[in-house]
Design a protein. Structure first.
Length: 173
């Protein structure tokens, strides 16, 4: 009986490993079906999916911040509300510009490793500058309106989604 149980266990293990081998072989077949693009196909793909410049996004954030500040000033007739909205947008724009400058620097294009490392370094710089600007806001903006600053910050952050939406529409047009 012990021998039978061992034989059954071994048979079950062999069946399991055989099915795992089949799955692994199927996975390899899927990888072997990969066909690299030709130079012409890659060029057509780049034309169909043009990259969005990070500098256009930063400029878009600045424009949205300026328009939102003007609208806030016109709606409330209070300059401190407009300055609060603009400062909120600048808390996104300035760190974003530093990030863009860091990513587009010559150092970041040396190798994929330095590009990856640079991405994380500049993202940390961006977050640190954003937090520092928000912490310094009460000292830098007279009669700071926190809600208005938050609105400016959120509107500037939403430009990323707007850029993706416009890119999608441009692609399908």
């Amino acid at each position: 009986m012990v021998k039978t149980m061992t034989e059954q266990t071994q048979a079950a293990l062999l069946a399991k490993s055989a099915s795992e081998r089949d799955i692994a072989e199927d996975g390899l077949k899927g990888e072997m079906d990969f066909i690299p693009l030709t130079r012409e196909q890659a060029q057509r793909l780049r034309e169909q999916e043009p990259p969005v410049s990070i500098w256009w996004i930063v400029l878009g954030q600045l424009a949205v911040g300026l328009v939102a500040a003007l609208v806030a000033w016109g709606a409330t007739d209070k300059s401190h509300v407009a300055w609060s909205v603009l400062y909120g947008a600048l808390a996104v724009v300035i760190p974003g510009a530093l990030f863009a400058r860091g990513l587009t620097s010559q150092f970041s294009s040396i190798s994929p490793v330095t590009a990856g490392f640079g991405f994380f370094v500049w993202e940390a710089v961006k977050i640190g500058v954003s937090v520092g600007m928000l912490a310094a806001a009460p000292r830098l903006v007279a009669d700071l309106d926190w809600l208005a600053m938050l609105i400016g910050l959120i509107l500037a952050l939403k430009v990323y989604w707007l850029a993706l939406l416009l890119r999608h529409k441009r692609k399908t047009a």
